[in-house]
Design a protein around this ligand. Structure first.
Ligand code: GDP
Length: 444
């Protein structure tokens, strides 16, 4: 089951429960069961699911919930918190230091996405002001160096490798020494893919590790790895003691639950997730954001990060959010940025409510929907655009005019204003700073 489907199913179970007339223990048990089934079908380890079930049940005690308590909120919060715990390793990820050479070594199975992710990560750091470079220590796979060279050239990242040297330890050492002398701050070492059974390659991985003494070793896991994730990641952990995980191909049709289980089995943080084949398709992993997005609550933090990395002009909106304001114009700017940012299905999930609204639409239909929303904004006056949207309550006839002017329907105008109102509500809650963002998203 694809992660998005998992989110939809969990959300569906939550919504069914909160809509039901009798929000009693029996209905609650049914919801927990449905959530657990969905997780198991997504390849999350069955033991983890059992413990999640116990924890959710423990945190919602029906006897304790008085008549004045908002049961829906309590249940939603319990489910949200337990899902976050499931993907939260409770370990701080490595933070590279500026002005120092930080060596990062990649390990993982062949085809997991190591070489692709190395470039993405180098570019990610480069975009944040680090001097980053790449070393190809994969002398095993023919064409590995060429692939890295091509990716690095496209992303304008300096690289090192050899077409003639066959000893990967030697290449890794030479490359890292060279870049250290040149004062590079992020030196990423790509190694050849391994399988658990190949002892030689595992030994070689340890030798490279000893030669370059990485500040961080990252294991790359393909989201489709399924139930073997736990055993594979344990084998790598025992040999290379990696300190972080990157899950790739989360955009694909994979279940993704196996990867979640790998995190729990190794108590290692997922630091990034790969969301596509291009160099920009890398997102920082944050348990709260990940679960918010999974449940269709949006991921404002992810959106802010992504927008910042693209260096789009966002000054006004960011300033507004910091002030607790979100105008119709802010929504219009966000919508048009989304169109520039990449596959819609990916971006829409980051905006609270929009993912649900566009759920199930293909990218083309989704793009059309967004365009219509932009047409609506473009039929408004400057004053209306800069407003908080409340002026339309006093002048509902303006909605009819705008619908006519933009070739849309009044219902679509209303939908857009609902979207803006929701964002404005969140911006207000977030006024205290980004730290409160996740609480705002979870409706807590
Ligand atoms: P390596 O053998 O571990 O170095 O794997 P590669 O970096 O060569 O990647 C194997 C394949 O996976 C390539 O076709 C990549 O384009 C693809 N790939 C890597 N990461 C992602 C991702 O996040 N999403 C998608 N869709 N494909 C990816």
């Amino acid at each position: 089951m694809v992660l998005q489907d998992l989110g939809r199913r969990i959300n569906g179970a939550l919504n069914d429960l909160t809509r039901s007339q009798n929000l009693d223990e029996k209905a609650f048990d049914g919801m927990v069961k449905e959530i657990c089934n969905a997780l198991v079908e997504s390849d999350v380890n069955i033991k983890l699911v059992a413990s999640l079930r116990t924890s959710i049940k423990r945190s919602v005690d029906f006897k304790e919930l008085g008549p004045g308590v908002n049961k829906k909120r309590v249940i939603q919060k319990a489910v949200f918190d337990e899902l976050v715990k499931l993907v939260d390793p409770h370990a701080e990820p490595f933070k590279p230091k500026k002005g120092k050479s930080n060596v990062i070594m990649f390990v993982g199975l062949q085809g997991a996405g190591k070489t692709t992710t190395c470039t993405k990560l180098a570019r990610w750091y480069q975009a944040r002001g680090f001097k980053a470079c790449l070393v190809c220590a994969d002398t095993f796979r023919a064409g590995a160096f060429d692939q890295l060279k091509q990716n690095a050239t496209k992303a304008k990242i300096p690289y090192f490798g050899s077409l003639t040297q066959t000893d990967p330890v030697q290449v890794a050492r030479e490359g890292v020494d060279k870049f250290k002398k040149e004062r590079f701050e992020i030196i990423i070492v790509d190694t050849s893919g391994r399988h658990r059974q190949e002892q030689d390659l595992f030994d070689e991985m340890v030798q490279i590790q000893q030669a370059v003494r990485p500040d961080q070793t990252i294991m790359v896991l393909d989201a489709s790895i399924g139930q073997q994730a736990e055993a594979q990641s344990r084998a790598f952990k025992e040999t290379a003691d990696f300190g972080a995980i990157v899950i790739t191909k989360t955009d694909g049709a994979a279940a993704g639950g196996g990867a979640i289980s790998a995190v729990a089995a190794t108590h290692t943080p997922i630091v990034f997730i790969g969301t596509g084949e291009h160099q920009y398709d890398l997102e920082r992993f944050q348990p709260n954001s990940f679960i918010s997005k999974l449940l269709g609550m949006g991921d404002m933090q992810g959106l802010v990060d992504h927008v910042q990395s693209l260096k789009l002009d966002q000054k006004d909106t960011m300033k507004h959010i910091a002030e607790g304001v979100f105008t119709v114009r802010d929504l219009r700017d966000q919508l048009s940025n989304i169109m520039k940012m990449g596959p819609l299905s990916k971006m829409a999930g980051m905006i609270p409510g929009l993912g649900n609204m566009m759920g199930g639409m293909d990218d083309e239909t989704g793009a059309m929907k967004l365009k219509r929303m932009i047409y609506i904004c473009d039929s408004m006056t400057e004053k209306e655009l800069d407003s908080d949207g409340k002026c339309f309550i006093q002048q509902p006839e303006r909605m009819t005019r705008i619908a006519r002017g933009s070739g849309t329907s009044v219902r679509e105008v209303e939908e857009l204003l609902t979207q803006q109102k929701m964002m404005a509500g969140m911006a207000k809650k977030m006024k205290g700073g980004m730290a409160n963002m996740q609480k705002a998203q979870a409706g807590m």
